[in-house]
Design a protein around this ligand. Structure first.
Ligand code: ATP
Ligand code: MG
Length: 572
C-alpha cells in the first residue's frame, strides 16, 4: 500500500469512528491525533497527514449517521464500539487503616427518605469497608423522638438496598439508652458533668457571654440526685451538661448539653424513655463502643470534634480516627431533609418521589441509575472543600451508562397532522439503536398520514425537502392546520432536516420534565412541565422502569400502567 493510501485509509477509519461516537460529526483535531498515532512507525510527517484528514472529515461529516455506521462496519467493524476508557472509580486510601480491621458506619436519623447527600456518605462508608475487607454498620441514630418515625427505618433500608449497599450489622442507637445513662452517671460521679436547671434562654445567653451559671458548682452527690429526679417525670426542662469551658473560643465546648427531657412517644420504645442523649453524646459513644475505626462526618461538625474526643477521654473510651468530608450541595436542589420536608408539607412537590427532588426515590423515578450515583459520588471524592456542584455531573454519569443501552424511539411533542401525497405504503423496519443492532428493531406500517412536531415544521420553508427520519424524503407544500407534503425520494440527502414522526397508529402520552426547584434562592413555580405528545405504537409495549431515548428529545423513564403511559424526563 502506498503512503498516500495508508493515510487515506486510516483517515477514513478514524473519521468514521469519531463521527459515529459524536452524533455524526467528526472532529478534525481528534481524528488527526488518531491517524498520526496509528502511522507513527511509518515515517510519515504530520504535514502530509493533516490536509488529507481535513478533506476526508469534511466528506464524512456530510453523510448521515446511518451511512457512517454502514461504512465503518464495512471497512473497520472493530472500531464500531467505543473504546471503553475504564476510569478508575476508586477512593484514595485511608490513613491508619489495616486490612481486615476497618469498621465504618452510616448513621441516618430515621426522619425522612434518603437523598443523594446521604448516598455520598453511605457509599463512602460502604466502599471503604469493602476496600479493607472490614465491617460496615448501619446504625439508626434515633435518639430524638420528636423526629424519628417508624416508616423511615424500613424506607431508608430500601433506599440503601436500591443503591446496592449491604451492611454487616444493623442496630438502633435507641436500644443502647441504658448504657448511655451509665456513662452519664460516670461523668456526674467524676464531676465532669452537671445538671443545669436554667431556662433555655439563660443557657443560650450564658454561652454567648461565656459565663458560667450557679448549677455548675453543685456537689457530685447533689447532681446524681438531680439526675435521678430527671427520670421521675415530676421534673421538666432540666438538662445534663458537660463541664467544658465556658470561656473556650470554640463555642461548641461551652458546656454542651448531653441529655435533655423529651416528652414524646418514641416509634420503637413508646413512652418507656423520656431522657434522651443529644447528638454530641450519642454519636461519640456509639462510634466508640460499636468498634468503628473510621467514622466519617460532614465538615459542618468540625467544631464539635473537640467535644467528641473530650467525652471519650473522660470516659476512658477508645477514640476512633474521625474523618471529614464536605457536605454535598447541588445547585438548585434541596440536598437536605430539613429543606425537603417543608416542600412536602406545603404541597409544593408531589411527594418524596417527586422527580425534581434529589431524594433517591425521586432520582430513581426520573431514571437515574444507582451505578451512576455511585460513579458520581466516587468521582467527587472525599475532599473537605465545600462547593456546589451542578446536577449535570450526575446526568453525565448516567448518560454514560444508558447511552449504549437505551432503545431509541420516536416521540412527537405538540403534534400536527402531516399528509403526504404519492406516499408509498411501506412496512419499514428500523433499528432501535444507531450503533448496536443487537438491541433489536421494530416494523412500522406507513400510509400517507403522519404526525410531526409543530416546532420541527416551523423551521422548514415551503418548497424545502426534509426527511421523515429513517423513512424517505418529502417536499413541503403547505402549512396550515394540516401540513401537506409530497413524496420525493428514498436516498439520504446529507444536509436536509431529519425529523421524527408517527403514523396515525400512535400512543398519546405525557412526559413530565423536571427543572430546578430553587432559582435565585426562591421556589421555582414552573419547575415541572407536562409535555403532551404522540409516541410511536411500539412504545406501548415498553414495561414500567425501562429508560429509552426519545430521539432529539431526551432520555425518558417509562411507566406503563395497563396501557396508560407516562414518561419522566431524565436528561438530554
Ligand atoms: P439532613 O439535613 O438531610 O437531615 P443530616 O445530616 O441531619 O442531614 P442524617 O440522617 O443525620 O441527616 O445523616 C446521616 C449521615 O448522612 C450523616 O453522616 C451525614 O453526615 C450524612 N449526610 C447527610 N446529608 C449529607 C450531604 N448533603 N452530603 C454528605 N453527607 C450527608
Ligand atoms: Mg440529622
Amino acid at each position: 500500500m502506498s503512503k498516500a493510501d495508508k493515510i487515506e485509509l486510516n483517515s477514513r477509519k478514524y473519521a468514521l469512528q469519531n463521527a459515529v461516537q459524536f452524533d455524526g460529526k467528526a472532529n478534525v483535531k481528534a481524528v488527526t491525533g488518531k491517524v498520526i498515532a496509528a502511522l507513527s512507525k511509518e515515517d510519515i510527517s504530520p504535514k502530509e497527514i493533516i490536509p488529507i484528514v481535513e478533506s476526508i472529515v469534511k466528506k464524512i461529516n456530510k453523510l448521515s449517521l446511518e451511512e457512517q455506521v454502514a461504512e465503518l462496519t464495512k471497512i473497520a467493524p472493530e472500531l464500531l464500539h467505543k473504546e471503553k476508557k475504564e476510569r478508575d472509580f476508586s477512593l484514595p486510601s485511608l490513613s491508619n487503616a489495616e486490612k481486615g480491621k476497618v469498621v465504618t458506619r452510616f448513621p441516618p436519623e430515621p426522619n425522612g427518605y434518603l437523598h443523594i447527600g446521604h448516598a455520598k456518605a453511605a457509599i463512602v462508608d460502604y466502599e471503604y469497608a469493602k476496600m479493607y475487607d472490614g465491617k460496615f454498620i448501619l446504625r439508626f441514630d434515633d435518639t430524638n423522638p420528636e423526629n424519628a418515625e417508624l416508616e423511615f427505618y424500613d424506607a431508608q433500608k430500601k433506599d440503601l438496598r436500591w443503591l446496592g449497599i449491604e451492611w454487616d450489622e444493623e442496630y438502633n442507637t435507641s436500644d443502647h439508652l441504658e448504657k448511655h445513662y451509665k456513662f452519664a452517671e460516670q461523668l456526674l460521679k467524676q464531676n465532669d458533668a452537671y445538671i443545669c436547671k436554667c431556662p433555655p434562654e439563660k443557657i443560650k445567653n450564658g454561652r454567648f457571654k461565656g459565663k458560667e451559671c450557679s448549677c455548675r458548682n453543685v456537689s457530685s452527690d447533689e447532681n446524681i440526685n438531680d439526675w435521678k429526679d430527671m427520670f421521675s417525670r415530676s421534673v421538666d426542662g432540666v438538662v445534663l451538661r458537660l463541664k467544658g469551658d465556658m470561656a473556650c473560643v470554640n463555642t461548641a465546648m461551652r458546656d454542651p448539653t448531653l441529655f435533655r427531657i423529651i416528652n414524646k412517644s418514641h416509634p420503637l420504645h413508646g413512652d418507656k424513655y423520656h431522657v434522651w442523649p443529644t447528638y454530641d453524646f450519642a454519636g461519640a459513644i456509639e462510634d466508640s463502643i460499636s468498634g468503628v475505626t473510621h467514622p466519617f462526618r460532614t465538615k459542618e461538625y468540625e467544631l464539635r470534634d473537640e467535644c467528641y474526643f473530650r467525652l471519650l477521654e473522660l470516659l476512658g473510651l477508645r477514640k476512633p480516627y474521625l474523618m471529614e468530608f464536605a457536605r454535598l450541595s447541588i445547585d438548585g436542589m434541596p440536598v437536605s431533609k430539613r429543606k425537603i420536608k417543608p416542600l412536602i408539607d406545603k404541597g409544593l412537590v408531589l411527594g418524596y418521589d417527586d422527580i425534581r427532588l434529589p431524594t433517591l426515590m425521586g432520582l430513581k423515578k426520573r431514571g437515574i441509575l444507582p451505578e451512576a450515583i455511585k460513579n458520581f459520588v466516587i468521582s467527587q471524592g472525599i475532599s473537605k472543600v465545600e462547593s456546589n456542584v451542578t446536577f449535570g455531573l450526575v446526568e453525565a454519569a448516567n448518560r454514560k451508562i444508558i447511552d449504549p443501552l437505551a432503545k431509541r424511539y420516536f416521540f412527537v411533542k405538540n403534534p400536527i397532522k402531516l399528509m403526504v401525497e404519492n406516499a408509498p405504503s411501506l412496512k419499514k423496519t428500523i433499528n432501535l439503536h444507531p450503533t448496536d443492532e443487537k438491541l433489536g428493531n421494530r416494523t412500522i406500517k406507513t400510509s400517507n398520514n403522519f404526525f410531526i412536531s409543530k416546532e420541527d415544521i416551523k423551521e422548514i420553508k415551503i418548497g424545502d425537502v426534509f426527511r421523515l427520519k429513517d423513512l424517505y424524503n418529502v417536499k413541503l407544500k403547505e402549512k396550515n392546520k394540516v401540513v401537506y407534503a409530497k413524496y420525493v425520494s428514498d436516498e439520504l440527502i446529507s444536509d436536509s432536516a431529519k425529523i421524527q414522526w408517527t403514523t396515525d397508529n400512535y400512543i398519546k402520552m405525557n412526559v413530565f420534565i423536571p427543572d430546578f426547584l430553587i432559582k435565585n434562592d426562591k421556589y421555582n413555580l414552573n419547575s415541572l412541565t407536562n409535555v403532551e405528545g404522540f409516541a410511536e405504537e411500539a412504545v406501548s409495549r415498553i414495561k414500567t422502569g425501562e429508560i429509552v431515548q426519545f430521539e432529539r428529545f431526551g432520555f425518558v423513564r417509562i411507566e406503563n400502567k395497563n396501557g396508560k403511559l407516562i414518561g419522566f424526563f431524565s436528561h438530554k
